[in-house]
Structures are given as C-alpha cells and as structure tokens.
Design a protein around this ligand. Structure first.
Ligand code: FES
Length: 263
C-alpha cells in the first residue's frame, strides 16, 4: 500500500489553519492575565453602587469599599487589595480545569499545538511530575468554585437595588445588572458542567439501578458538559467585561443606563 512520507523539515501534513485556535487562545489568555493583574492589584474603582466587580467578590477585608457580609473577615493588612485574598480559588479552579489545560498546553507550550502536530518538546512526561502533577487538585477546587457561584448570585441580586436621592434604595435594572446576571449564569454553567461535577453526581457509580436522582443529575450535567469549553471561554470573557464595565463606571468614564422604579 502506498504511503505519504513527510519531508524531514515538515512538522505536520495538515494544510488547514490549525494554528488559528491556539493563536487566538494565546491572545485571549494573555490579555486576560495582564488585565487581571492590573485590576486585582489596583485596589480602587472596583465598586460602583450597586455593582461589585467579580474580581473583588467576596469582599472580606476591612478596607473593602463594599463588604459582602457586612463585617470584615480579614483586617486591612498593609492595605492589600481585597482581590488578593480570594483570587487563588477561582484561579486554581480555572488553571487546573481539563478544558483550560488542553487550551494552554496547546497555545503556550505547543504540547502539542494541535492534533497530528508534533509536540514542541522531545520528551513528554504528562502530568506525572511536579509541577503538573498538581493539576490533580482540580476536584478539590470545585467546592470553593460552587460557593463562589452563590456569592456572585448574591451580588447579582444586589445589583437590582439602587440608591435613591433620599438615601434609601429602590428596585431597578441597569446595564450593569444585566452584565452581572449574565456573568453569574455563565459562571454557573461553567462550574456545573465541570467533568468532576459529572463524576460526582453519577459518573463514579457502577450502575444507576435504584438511583433515579443520580441518573437525572448525571444526564443533566452530561448535557452541559458537552459545551464545557464554550462555557469556559464565554465566562472568562464575561468576567473581564463585567469587571471593566464596573471599573469604568467607578472611574466616571461611563454612566450606567438604568431604569429605577419609584426612585
Ligand atoms: S473540568 Fe473544567 S472546570 Fe472542571
């Protein structure tokens, strides 16, 4: 049978634009990380009543512009930005996510850059050694991520409560409200479509006999799981857009279109 030999200098026989996806992921992740470092350390302009930036939620330090629980959990040590205390949880969850691993292994390490494209490195040890063996903590990072969904939902509910001229509050809807609601819905879809969530609700069972609730949940999470990569990317964009919008409001660069009832 005739075979097609690959010329020595040709790395792949693929002729499609296979490099576009890793290139776009590279740009998106780089922009997000750079912006996150800036916004997370800024320690200002993260609250514009009634909107709290998702980067700073839950806001739990004594120097918070808007305390999530009403009382501080941590003192204002060295006036560190409140985001620093919480960023590790969502960061660990996303960094160790199976979808993100695939995306950044391809885009940043070229390990490999795409299917049927050779690995950039000669040796491949997978995730069996430090530091990549730490990717196995993903399952534990899911629990704080679920808690964060509830906290961001609470923030989204507060985003319907606008300050009035008389010093009270009134129900309303602004563009910031819409962004915060969409943001938490996308984050919830991302969190509950997680592979570990699928394992937890039913994947770990040998059979569903006598476990109708597990079967239903497993089917539901399986439906979401098919689009896990889409939720991973859209929720990332949504977090960035929501944070930037609130920041620009707080800086006075933008004004929020809103309808307030009885305000
Ligand atoms: S696999 Fe992506 S969040 Fe768990």
């Amino acid at each position: 049978m005739a075979t097609t030999a690959m010329p020595a200098r040709q790395r792949t026989l693929r002729r499609d634009l296979w490099w576009i996806e890793p290139a776009l992921i590279f740009i998106l992740f780089t922009v997000f990380v750079l912006y996150s470092v800036y916004a997370g350390l800024a320690n200002a302009n993260y609250y514009s009543d009634p909107y709290l930036s998702p980067f700073y939620s839950p806001c739990i330090t004594a120097n918070c512009a808007h305390l999530t629980l009403g009382v501080p959990i941590i003192g204002a040590w060295w006036n560190l930005a409140p985001a620093i205390w919480i960023v590790g949880f969502p960061l660990t969850f996303r960094l160790t996510c199976y979808y993100y691993r695939k995306a950044y292994y391809r885009a940043f390490f070229w390990s490999p850059a795409a299917c049927t494209v050779p690995d950039a490195r000669a040796k491949y040890s997978g995730e069996t050694k430090v530091p990549f063996i730490w990717q196995n903590i993903h399952r534990y990072s899911w629990y704080p991520a679920v808690l964060l969904v509830f906290i961001l939902s609470y923030d989204a509910i507060l985003a319907f409560r606008f300050p009035t001229a008389s010093g009270g509050h009134a129900f309303g809807i602004g563009l910031g409200t819409v962004l915060m609601v969409v943001n938490v819905v996308l984050i919830a879809l991302y969190t509950f479509s997680c592979h570990f969530c699928r394992y937890l609700v039913g994947g770990r069972l040998d059979r569903f006999w006598g476990r109708p609730l597990s079967l239903r949940l497993w089917r539901l999470v399986s439906l979401l799981n098919v689009r896990h990569g889409i939720y991973a990317l859209t929720s990332l964009v949504s977090i960035g857009v929501t944070e930037l919008y609130i920041r620009l409001l707080a800086m006075g660069v933008l004004s929020d279109p809103r309808i307030v009832f009885g305000g």
